[in-house]
Design a protein around this ligand. Sequence first.
Ligand SMILES: Cc1ncc(COP(=O)(O)O)c(C=O)c1O
Length: 399
Amino acid sequence: MSNYEIKTRADDRFVPSYARHPLTMVSGNGCMLEDAEGKQYLDFLAGIAVCVLGHAHPSVTEALCRQAGELVHASNLFYNPVATELAEMLCGLSFAEKVFITNSGAEANEAALKLARLAGGPERYEVISLLNSFHGRTLATVAATGQAKCHQGFEPLPAGFISVAGEDEAALEKAITPHTCAVICEPIQGEGGVLPLSSSYLKLVRELCDRHNLLLIFDEIQTGMGRTGTMFAYEQLGVVPDVMTLAKGLGNGVPIGAMLTSNRYGTLMAPGTHGSTFGGNPLAAAAAVATLRVITADGFLSEVKRTGEYLSNVLTDLGRRFPDLVTHERGMGLMRGLVLSERGAEHGADIVADMLAKGVIINFTGATTLRFVPPLIVSTAQIDRMAEALAEVLTAKTG
Ligand SMILES: Cc1ncc(COP(=O)(O)O)c(C=O)c1O
């Protein structure tokens, strides 16, 4: 089996909705991936901020194998001990008191948007999101996503969504009407270019939500599960949302998401208001419980903070060495972006391809930003290896 053979067969049969690298990944271990021809890659993307414990983590593999032999699915018509344990763990780790489990991030946001409308009642249905945000690919989450390129071809979008510029309190206040029920935002805009929102802005958003009785929804699908050095990014920002959505790292690659909220709002979802055939099935829940046990183990998150700082320093140093290509680095914990200058951004896609050729996986997002979201178990030696490759790639682009 070659990379090319699988690419040819896949291109023949899949709708062409993904721009893929011409590579076929077949196995992984820790921070390494291997392609169909045996080439190894240092993975600084982790399945797009998903494989927080790295590939083939033994605890997750063991939990999946054990659960697969016991029960994979019995439906939400029955209680489920594994999903119950997961819901208890998520509430124990956060502000939340009620949980709805989904299969993906977009579905977690759908649940949050539906909850906001239930809370708002018939008169208050409008949701305010931020420009440059990303909330998913279903129609409602596309409508909530503040990027025109994601809307194109799908209009008319579901009504009741409006996006305003982030960090602009006046714009947000102006957008609030008697029909508004919620504000949704990512503490760090991931797909938008690893763009953190400031704690002071988020505190103002919280105040406005309190004053107008709006739900504050934090989309922590990318920032959650230890990615920023705390279990959830909101813990570092001094702002507690009413609703939080999770996915990506929750099952270390096994599809699972969750919407978390308080008793005040959670109890609004009465029987028949929302559901999912697969949501919270024992197999996916077992992966999430196993993942959470590792993340909550002593010292894990403080190590993420330490390696996050190391990565930040390494990227800052690269910025100093290549001032014509790089403007600055930003992010929190192990969610970091290297922002390219106008000249650098012209090479964004090439830099990613050149890194791949050197056996390192990163990506380019938000039109200007190289994104680094490695497994949270990445070592400083692996960060050095990535930086060495990037320095070589950037050197070839200067002059
Ligand atoms: C912040 C955020 N929200 C929602 C989503 C959608 O998640 P999914 O692709 O699992 O539906 C993503 C995916 O990139 C995301 O980064």
